[in-house]
Design a protein around this ligand. Structure first.
Ligand SMILES: [Zn+2]
Length: 263
């Protein structure tokens, strides 16, 4: 089945942006460049929100589809919990705040008053929010919507997929949900054969010791069991996330004025 995809910012021309800036809604998929176990690519946290953004468009009514435009995705963020493994490339938190402030400000300076961030990486949430907030202080007539995809997975889906073995979102790194989503969205990118086994789950403590000791980390970089992952589970999660996000996006775009208030 072929899906429609979201219009890309880097594929259109400047006259297009100028002509349509009043209606356009800039969508920024954000993730990380970060280890995701031996079976998933380093760009997993970006590729999932890109896939979700495209599915949102596929499900959207035409008026909405025409308005959405995807900025070049935000790969570099803050994933320092993954520094122990090769391949992770970070910004500092302070830089990340400034980068999000700059991108948001540039969107608003172009006359586009609505920004939607679809995020796939937990550690960078506060830094990104702060950057967007700082840009909004300069452009009080503009508004932003930030959505972390995992917040849109309903509890009944978690219950259906995990039963009583739910490890919690903090452990779901390179684990069942991300692996399943990647299988659904990009089957060729998942390197998981019959020999693949996750690590023993490491013990979890309610505090951080920095820098992390490798003894406290699963050697593979997979933080919870992913061996039951499947494309079917990925499709289930994807469909429900898109179903839950769509009305939030529509409400956000229908509201007028700043500060979350209709006027
Ligand atoms: Zn991830």
């Amino acid at each position: 089945m072929s899906h429609r995809v979201m219009r890309r910012w880097d594929h259109v021309t400047w006259p297009f942006v100028q002509e349509h800036r009043d209606e356009l809604v800039a969508v920024l998929p954000a993730g990380s460049v970060e280890q995701h176990g031996p079976h998933l690519p380093l760009g997993t946290d970006v590729q999932i929100p890109v896939g979700i953004a495209d599915r949102l468009v596929d499900e959207a009514p035409e008026w909405l589809r025409e308005r959405l435009i995807m900025l070049p995705p935000m790969h570099y963020t803050y994933a320092k919990h993954s520094n122990w493994w090769s391949g992770t490339v970070n910004l500092t938190g302070a830089t990340l705040i400034r980068v999000l402030q700059d991108i948001s400000r540039e969107v608003f300076r172009n006359g586009i008053s609505r920004l939607v961030v679809i995020n796939g990486h937990m550690e960078s949430v506060a830094f990104m929010e702060e950057g967007v907030r700082e840009a909004l202080e300069e452009y009080p007539e503009c508004r932003a919507l930030i959505m972390n995809w995992w917040d849109f997975v309903p509890q009944e889906v978690i219950d259906e997929v995990f039963g009583d073995a739910w490890p919690g979102w903090e452990r779901e790194h390179a684990a069942l949900t991300e692996t399943s989503l990647m299988m659904a969205l990009y089957p060729d990118s998942v390197r998981m054969d019959d020999d693949f086994r996750g690590d023993e789950t490491v013990e979890e403590f309610p505090y951080s010791v920095l820098p992390e000791s490798p003894d406290a980390l699963p050697p593979s970089g997979v933080f919870a069991d992913c061996t039951e992952a499947s494309a079917a589970t990925g499709e289930l999660i994807l469909n429900r996330v898109v179903n839950e996000m769509s009305p939030v996006l529509k409400t956000f775009l229908e509201a007028r004025g700043a500060g979350g208030q209709d006027s």
